[in-house]
Design a protein around this ligand. Structure first.
Ligand code: SPV
Ligand code: MN
Length: 631
C-alpha cells in the first residue's frame, strides 16, 4: 500500500523531496501526503527534515513569498492576517462525528461525511500556484512517554516557520517510530490570497476528524486556526488522553522557588487573554510552558510537560514594567515573529508597550492612520488586541531547566482562573481534589475576549478553561477528571484565582502585579507553610499573611480595608452561579452525581453563612468567629 501512495507522487514532485519522504517509510504519512497533493494541487512540494538547511529554507521562503516581512531588528519579522481573520473562529471549528457518536450540546459538531465533503471541496485546488510544505514534529519532549508525533501539511510558510519556533522538530522521531504509532495529521491551506491575506473568509473551516486524527483547516491564516500543532492538536490530544486516562489541558506550567531554593511546579488553566502567559512569566519564577500541558500519572505522582517549546503570546501590554523578559526578547536581536502589530520604518509597535505609538504605519488593515475606521465605522486599533508574538522559550532568560525533560515536572498545585468581575475572591484553595475540580474547574465561567471572534465581555461557561478544545462530552470529561486523582499519593492542591474582580463602580480591585502575591501564597499553601481561613467556598489567605507578603513580594502596604473588600464573600453572586452551573449540567446526560451533591453542599454552606452574617460577608467577621470558636 505504501509503495502505491509513493508511486502516485513519483515523477510529479522533485526527486530529492520524494527521497526524504520515502526514507521515513510510513504508509499512513505517505497516504496523507499523496491525498493532500492530489486534492490541493500545489505546483511543488517541499518535504522538510530537521536539518538546519531545511529550516532555513522555510524561514527564507516566508519572506520571499511575502507572508512575512523582515523588520529592522535582526531575526525579527512581521506577518499580517486579514482584518476579519484576527482570532479563533469557534463557530466554524467543528468535530466531524460518525452517526453513532454524540458529544452533547456544548460541543460544536457535524456529521463526518457532510463535513469531509464540504471541507474537501474547499480544499480542492486550493494550493494552485503555491508550494506545499510537509513538516514533522514531536509534541511534548522527545523520547518520552509524553511524545506525540505530528505531521503538518500547509501552503503557508508563515505557518511552517511559526511551528519551527513553537514545536520540537520530529523528522528523526518519525524515522525511529514504528508503523503503528499514533500520528496526528494536519492539512492547512490559506486558500486564495488577496494582498497576501486569505480572501474567502466566509469559506473558513476548521474540521476535526477524531476517528482518523486528522484536522483540516482552510481559508484562514490566524495561528489559532492554522497552526495544526497548537489548538487543533490540542483537541485531538484531549480526545486521545481521555480515552487513555490522562489529561490534555489549557494550562501553563511554572516553577516557583521558595526562599531556600526548593522549586514547586504549578499549572494554571485560564481562558485565552485572562493572564495565563503573564502569570507564567512572573519574575523570579521559571517557565516550562504557557499554554498547553499534558498531565500523566507516574508512580503515584502527577507529572506534566509542555506540549510546545515556544510561545504564541498576546503582545498587548507587554512592556518593560509588567513583562520585562518578553519585552527584552522582543526588542533585542533573535528570532521572533510579530503578528498584527503596527509597523513604522521597520519597527513594530503595539498597544500597552509603554511608549507612544506612531500615528500612522502599516497594520492588519493595510495602510493605517489615526482615526481610520472599519467597514462598520468603528475606529481601527493601531495593533489588534489579539496581536501576537512568537518566540522560543529556550531563548528566554527564565526558561526552566526541565523544559525538555522527558519525565516532565511534578505538579504540586493546579490553578483555575477566569475573567470574573463580580463573584470570586482573588485567590482561594479548595477543600480537596473533587471540591476543586467541581466547584472551581467544572464551574468556571469567564467573560469572552478578543482571542475568539464575536462579542467581548459576555459571561460564558468554560469548564477548566478548556471548553473551546473539549473533544469529548462533558460527562466523560468530568468523570475522567475526578478519577484522575485515583491512586495518587497526594493529589495536587487546587486553587482559583481571579485577577478581574471589580467594585460596585466597575473599578478593578487589584493591581497587575498582585498575582505575584497570590502565587507566592499558593506555593506556601502547597508546602503547608502558611495558614488559611475556612470559608463556605474554600480556604482564603489570612490578613496578617497577605500584609506580610505584599510587603516582601511587592514592597507594598496592604490595608485591612483592601483585604476586606477583595475577600468579601459575595453570597448572592456565588449562589446565582451555582444555580447557573447546576442547570447547565442538568441538561447533560450522565454527569456524575458527585457534581450535584458537591454544588449542593456549597450552596447549603453559603446559605447558612448568609443567614448568620448577611449577604456580603467580610472575611474579618469570619476570622473573629474562628478565633472565638477556637478560644
Ligand atoms: C488562545 O487563544 O488560547 C491562544 C492562542 O493560546 S490561539 O492559538 O489562538 O489559540
Ligand atoms: Mn491558549
Amino acid at each position: 500500500m505504501s509503495s502505491n501512495h509513493i508511486d502516485t507522487l513519483r515523477g510529479k514532485i522533485d526527486a530529492l523531496q520524494l527521497e526524504k519522504l520515502e526514507a521515513l517509510n510510513k504508509p499512513r504519512v505517505n497516504e496523507f501526503v499523496a491525498d493532500a497533493f492530489q486534492l490541493c494541487k500545489p505546483d511543488s512540494v517541499f518535504i522538510a527534515t530537521d536539518s538546519a538547511e531545511d529550516i532555513e529554507y522555510v524561514r527564507r521562503n516566508a519572506i520571499e513569498r511575502g507572508e512575512e516581512k523582515a523588520l529592522a531588528m535582526e531575526g525579527h519579522t512581521v506577518h499580517f492576517d486579514g482584518i476579519k481573520d484576527q482570532g479563533r473562529d469557534t463557530k466554524n471549528t467543528r468535530y466531524l462525528l460518525p452517526p453513532d457518536v454524540h458529544l452533547g450540546e456544548h460541543i460544536n459538531h457535524m456529521s463526518k461525511q457532510a463535513g469531509l465533503e464540504e471541507v474537501r471541496d474547499l480544499l480542492d485546488g486550493s494550493m494552485a500556484g503555491k508550494e506545499m510544505v510537509v513538516r514533522f514534529y514531536c509534541l511534548g519532549p522527545k523520547d518520552s512517554i509524553f511524545s506525540q508525533l505530528c505531521c503538518q501539511i500547509t501552503d503557508s510558510f508563515y505557518v511552517a516557520h511559526s511551528e519551527d519556533l513553537l514545536y520540537r522538530p520530529g523528522y528523526d522521531d518519525f524515522l525511529k517510530a514504528d508503523e503503528h504509532q499514533v500520528v496526528f495529521r494536519f492539512l492547512h491551506s490559506a486558500g486564495v490570497l488577496e494582498n497576501g491575506v486569505s480572501a474567502n473568509v466566509d469559506g473558513r473551516r476548521m474540521y476535526i476528524d477524531l476517528e482518523d486524527n486528522i484536522v483540516y483547516s482552510v481559508n484562514t491564516q490566524y495561528g489559532g486556526n492554522t497552526l495544526g500543532l497548537k489548538k487543533l492538536a490540542m483537541r485531538l490530544g484531549v480526545s486521545r488522553s481521555l480515552r487513555e486516562g490522562w489529561l490534555t489541558e489549557h494550562m501553563f506550567i511554572v516553577g516557583v522557588p521558595n526562599e531556600s531554593g526548593k522549586v514547586t511546579y504549578i499549572t494554571g488553566a485560564f481562558p485565552s487573554m485572562c493572564g495565563k502567559t503573564s502569570t507564567a512569566m512572573l519574575e523570579g519564577q521559571s517557565i516550562v510552558g504557557d499554554d498547553i500541558a499534558y498531565l500523566k500519572k507516574v508512580d503515584g505522582e502527577v507529572r506534566a510537560v509542555n506540549v510546545e517549546r515556544g510561545i504564541f503570546g498576546i503582545i498587548a501590554d507587554v512592556n518593560p514594567t509588567d513583562d520585562p523578559i518578553i519585552y527584552e526578547a522582543l526588542t533585542t536581536p533573535g528570532e521572533a515573529i510579530f503578528s498584527n502589530v503596527l509597523v513604522k520604518d521597520g519597527v513594530p509597535y503595539w498597544i500597552g508597550m509603554g511608549e507612544e505609538l506612531p500615528r500612522e504605519g502599516i497594520n492588519f488593515s493595510g495602510e493605517w492612520h489615526e482615526g481610520k475606521t472599519d467597514s462598520s465605522g468603528k475606529p481601527i486599533s493601531p495593533s489588534h488586541k489579539n496581536a501576537r508574538y512568537t518566540v522560543k522559550i529556550n531563548d528566554l532568560a527564565n526558561c526552566d531547566p526541565h523544559m525538555d525533560d522527558p519525565a516532565g515536572v511534578q505538579v504540586g498545585g493546579i490553578i483555575f482562573g477566569g475573567r470574573d468581575s463580580d463573584i470570586s475572591v482573588p485567590v482561594e484553595q479548595s477543600f480537596n481534589w473533587t471540591h476543586g475540580v467541581l466547584t472551581k474547574g467544572a464551574s468556571l465561567e469567564s467573560e469572552t475576549t478578543a482571542a475568539t471572534l464575536g462579542s467581548e465581555g459576555v459571561r460564558e461557561f468554560n469548564p477548566m478553561s478548556n471548553l473551546d478544545f473539549l473533544a469529548a462530552s462533558l460527562d466523560t470529561y468530568i468523570h475522567k477528571y475526578i478519577e484522575f486523582a485515583d491512586g495518587l499519593d497526594k493529589p495536587p492542591a487546587i486553587f482559583s484565582v481571579n485577577y478581574f474582580l471589580k467594585d460596585k463602580d466597575g473599578r478593578y480591585l487589584n493591581g497587575m502585579m498582585d498575582k505575584k502575591v497570590w502565587i507566592t501564597w499558593i506555593e506556601k499553601r502547597i508546602n503547608r507553610e502558611m495558614g488559611a481561613l475556612e470559608t463556605p467556598t474554600g480556604f482564603i489567605p489570612l490578613y496578617k499573611d497577605l500584609k506580610e507578603l505584599f510587603k516582601s513580594v511587592l514592597g507594598k502596604e496592604y490595608s485591612e480595608d483592601q483585604y476586606k473588600e477583595q475577600f468579601t464573600i459575595r453570597t448572592p453572586e456565588q449562589l446565582a452561579r451555582i444555580d447557573r452551573i447546576e442547570s447547565i449540567y442538568r441538561r447533560e446526560w450522565g454527569i456524575p452525581e458527585l457534581l450535584f451533591t458537591t454544588l449542593d453542599r456549597q450552596r447549603v454552606r453559603l446559605e447558612k453563612a448568609r443567614n448568620e452574617f448577611g449577604e456580603y460577608i467580610s472575611p474579618l467577621l469570619l476570622s473573629q468567629k474562628l478565633m472565638m470558636d477556637q478560644g
